[in-house]
Design a protein around this ligand. Structure first.
Ligand code: GLN
Length: 533
């Protein structure tokens, strides 16, 4: 029988609810349970796939091709499980399903309402995830803050889950802000009390309260929260600001969060083994030397747009005992006359994924700099496409080579994926999720992965145009990863260069603590070597 944990947020957003939720997952998994996680997002977009990175940060892609909220990346990196499309459900998706059912006459002409039709649809998503994942525990985070108009149907649905599945099988965790007032040197519990009262008005009594604070809380404050919010003292946990997000599971472990959960859910936890997690956090603290990597991208004002790339670099750094510092360069600011100045002294260049023409020429200049100066280079998706265009123009001398993403071009070295049609609807028409790449023996890719084939995650609409393969190959580029079913290029390399590799897929989605993705690990190693020389 699956157990259900629902996590809500109180007072303000941005409390790190996703990290808290994942940390509980880490502890339960380390106790031998099978965990699955879900996030409910109250906005009306059907999925985050078409949302602006400036508004929403990166779109995280699951192995089964779901375009999801960036919190899913935290979930996967923390609990080290592959999640699915069922892990991220928006209000828009729920409403779309209900309206489609109504149009197909599935409600037999009845009046279709938020309760019960929308709430039933939400509950179905929880129950179906439980069934398909076969998890012991499903942890579901409700996006937004309790009291928001948008999240009401979700709150009502989880209240009903508790009635349907019983108290011993369903618990509610409320993560709430406890602000510190510097003038009176006091931590204030009133906002949390109000937020719990709000939850109570919807019929939900939290079982565990996590107090998010900037200052350590003394016992009196915790006792006050317990008393006024109807929660036993051992179920009031504190989440102070942490030095790194990866410390949070350890902070929760010190407070026996897993035992509180286990007791409430009637679960037996023989032993909680967090040695792997300890190892990783020790690596973080032991990583002293610093390396700098220049990331040339379009949305650099909002680093969340590259969250998984950042985390992958950091994780690969810790694995090699270095701290990675990312130097952000806005691709539109890179021109021929300032490029050398911007990139001077660099020991690693990364060009990440992206869409649209703006900044593309700047990315090409950055690739050219890396190639000509023999500087370690990693290109991802759009970054690989920029590397191909650069090579075609500057090495193969096809001056007007370009990607057809930006309109018609005499030499589309990057072209629409065969079979895709430019006029298709925008949402959900990309090549998404896992595909297999067969690696070329003896290539850098094969050496890094130590495997003949790899499965990696994709999100793109354009691809390398095979009409130009021979020409580029004759000029010194190799194609070291191929999706054989469609003969589609997945990895390119320049073997005469110290470290020049780029992939059509997104390696950043599969890095996990203690297990950096091999492309990132190899790149960071190459940067360290370059620095040492
Ligand atoms: N815009 C490119 C494409 O659609 C690259 C996409 C990406 O970097 N995710 O193919």
């Amino acid at each position: 029988m699956t157990k259900y944990i629902f996590v809500t947020g109180g007072v303000v957003s941005g409390l790190g609810k996703g990290i808290m939720t994942s940390s509980i997952g880490v502890l339960l998994k380390a106790s031998g349970l099978k965990i699955f996680m879900q996030k409910f997002d109250p906005y009306l977009n059907v999925d985050p796939g078409t949302m602006s990175p400036y508004q929403h940060g990166e779109v995280y892609v699951t192995a089964d091709g779901g375009e999801t909220d960036l919190d899913l990346g935290h979930y996967e990196r923390f609990i080290d499980e592959n999640l699915t499309k069922e892990s991220n459900i928006t209000s828009g998706f729920i409403y779309k399903n209900v309206i489609e059912k109504e149009r197909h006459g599935e409600y037999d002409g009845r009046t279709v309402q938020v309760v019960p039709h929308i709430t039933n649809e939400i509950k179905n998503k929880v129950y179906s995830a439980a069934k398909n994942s076969q998890a012991d525990v499903i942890i579901t985070e409700i996006g937004g803050t309790v009291g928001d108009i948008e999240s009401l149907p979700f709150i009502e649905a989880i209240r009903q889950v508790r009635i349907e599945k019983g108290r011993k099988n369903v618990i509610f965790i409320h993560v709430s802000l406890v602000p510190y007032i510097a003038a009176s040197k006091e931590s204030k519990t009133k906002p949390t009390q109000h937020s719990v009262r709000e939850l109570l008005s919807f019929g939900i009594q939290p079982d565990i309260i996590v107090a998010r604070t900037e200052q350590p809380l003394d016992k009196n404050v915790l006792a006050k929260i317990a008393l006024f919010c109807n929660v036993e003292l051992q179920n009031v946990l504190v989440a102070n600001d942490a030095k790194t997000i990866y410390e949070v599971p350890l902070h929760m472990y010190e407070q026996n969060a897993q035992l509180s959960v286990a007791k409430l859910l009637n679960l037996k936890l023989p032993r909680t083994d967090i040695s792997q997690w300890n190892r990783f956090v020790n690596q973080i603290h032991n990583s002293q030397a610093e390396i700098v990597i220049k990331l040339v991208g379009k949305y650099v004002e909002l680093p969340d747009a590259y969250l998984s790339v950042m985390e992958s670099l950091y994780i690969a750094g810790y694995e090699n005992n270095v701290k990675v510092k990312i130097d952000w360069i806005k691709a539109d600011d890179v021109y021929e006359d300032n490029c050398s100045e911007l990139l001077a002294g660099v020991s690693g260049i990364l060009v990440p994924g992206g869409f649209g023409e703006r900044g593309f020429e700047g990315k090409i200049l950055a690739v050219q700099y890396a190639r000509e100066h023999n500087i370690p280079f990693l290109g991802i998706c759009f970054g690989m496409q920029a590397a191909v265009v650069e090579f075609a123009r500057n090495v193969c001398k096809i001056q007007d080579a370009n990607s057809s993403e930006f309109g018609e071009t005499p030499h589309p070295v990057i072209d629409l994926i065969r079979g895709k049609n430019k006029d298709e609807a925008r949402g959900g028409t990309l090549r998404l999720g896992n595909y297999k790449a067969t690696l070329l023996k003896g290539s850098l890719a094969a050496q890094l992965y130590q495997q003949d084939e790899v499965w990696e995650r994709h999100r793109h609409r354009y691809e390398f145009n095979n009409d130009y393969r021979k020409l580029l190959q004759d000029n010194g580029m190799i194609f070291s990863g191929i999706y054989q079913e469609k003969d589609l290029v997945e990895i390119i390399e320049i073997p005469s260069h110290r470290f020049f590799i780029a992939s059509q897929y997104h390696p950043e989605f599969t890095s996990r603590p203690n297990k950096p993705n091999p492309l990132f690990n190899g790149f960071v190693k190459a940067v360290i070597d370059y620095n040492n020389k």
